[in-house]
Design a protein around this ligand. Structure first.
Ligand code: PHB
Length: 393
């Protein structure tokens, strides 16, 4: 079936589409429309904003025309609700006639839109949703972010090599948290460590206090934590209030917990936290310095986090692919997105042509106060070209 026939079928099954279809198709011959589905309201609004700003910065720097096609972003709010995300994806494909979809802060949001991407054959850039299995939900998914197992194994290896032998894990109770817990336990125990307790906290509005008290009572050498971006501030406050550091329990994390958008506001409690992740605003490359400076200039001095970078790189993947296809979209564009390799502000990255997932360097970092007086995750070690360990890459 051709894409237009598929759209008509989706149109009939989804909702009334009126006569908008032929008009939209005519108008967009010289335009490539990119529908970004982002959480712009609700608890993950700050992450949606970072994604939009990262994408728009790329376009401001590289122009809004590529291979003779004008790039048009259509941003829609999924409010963080999976049902909404599927409906918005349908609207974007059927009514707005987008050629590419992208965004998805949370795993359930990407999963619920997967069928729309597949049925409409729309190349879709997953810019956050980091549960390993998300990539299998649609053959039209390309991931420009990371996976939790990919970024967790770094700190799981660092800890036992640095005297940390007993750990309690504390993760958000849904896909990426469960991935992080599993990856941490496997790798940490393989390297001689012992996980004494595995705690899962509710994803929505968690109260960490009872869980932290439990950790304090067990008194392991450290607690390893994964929480999705944006939630870490409340956790750090309760970690401090409960006096875990004073009780000798170190904090290990993925970079999500102490991400650049919120890290500096956490204050001294974050000092010395060791984490592993794929991006820090303090990554010491020339390209990243330029990226951070441009982002701050464009957005009132705000620091980019790994969301902004994933959207920036997602647009880079799209631009490169359009250059390769001479502006053609559909399956040809999807194929051109696979196997791309370039230098990102985070370091070298590539899209594995077989898995459609990202392969990248993962850094081990420690929170320090730098000369500008602000807190950053400062990289001190690196694992090169890490695939998602769960994948067949
Ligand atoms: C996810 O839901 O997959 C997710 C969201 C935010 C993160 C990491 C993973 O920081």
């Amino acid at each position: 079936m051709k894409r237009r026939q598929i759209l008509a079928a989706l149109c009939a099954s989804a909702f009334a589409c009126s006569a908008a279809l032929p008009l939209a198709a005519q108008a967009k011959d010289d335009t490539v429309k990119v529908g970004l589905i982002l959480s712009m309201t609700g608890p993950f609004a700050s992450t949606g904003k970072q994604l939009e700003q990262g994408a728009r910065l790329y376009m401001a720097q590289h122009g809004d025309t590529v291979a003779g096609k004008k790039i048009e972003l259509v941003v829609k709010d999924d409010t963080g609700a999976p049902d909404h995300s599927r409906r918005v994806a349908q609207e974007l494909v059927v009514q707005d006639q987008v050629d590419v979809l992208g965004g998805f802060v949370l795993t359930p949001l990407a999963l619920s839109a997967a069928k729309v991407a597949t049925q409409s054959k729309t190349p879709t850039l997953v810019m956050v949703a980091a549960t390993s299995s998300v990539i299998d939900a649609s053959p039209y998914f390309i991931r420009s972010s990371f996976t939790l197992p990919q970024v967790t194994i770094g700190v799981a290896e660092w800890a036992p090599a640095n005297g940390i032998k007993s750990v309690a894990t504390l993760v958000s109770d849904y896909g990426p948290g469960i991935d992080a817990e599993k990856a941490f336990i496997e790798r940490f125990e393989q390297k001689g460590g012992n996980v004494v307790e595995a705690i899962r906290v509710p994803m929505q509005n968690p109260d960490f206090a009872p869980f932290l008290q439990r950790v304090k009572d067990i008194k392991p050498d450290a607690v390893f934590v994964f929480l999705p971006a944006g939630v870490g501030t409340q956790f750090m406050k309760q970690f401090s209030d409960r006096g875990l550091a004073g009780a000798g329990v170190k904090l290990l994390a993925t970079g999500d917990v102490i991400e650049d958008d919120i890290l500096n506001g956490m204050g001294d409690v974050a000092l010395d936290v060791v984490s592993s992740h794929h991006y820090s605003a303090a990554h010491p490359s020339g390209l990243n310095k330029e990226f951070v400076q441009a982002f701050k200039e464009a957005y009132n001095g705000k620091r980019p986090n790994y969301m902004a970078v994933a959207a920036y790189d997602g647009m880079n993947i799209l631009y490169n692919a359009l250059k390769a296809t001479g502006g053609n979209t559909g399956d040809e564009l999807l194929e051109a997105m696979k196997g791309q390799k370039f230098e990102s502000p985070r370091g070298p990255i590539q899209i594995d042509a077989k898995t459609r997932d990202i392969v990248q360097d993962v850094y081990i970092r420690r929170v320090q106060r730098l000369d500008d007086g602000e807190l950053y995750s400062v990289e001190f070690d690196v694992m090169k070209e890490v695939h998602d360990p769960a994948q067949r890459g």
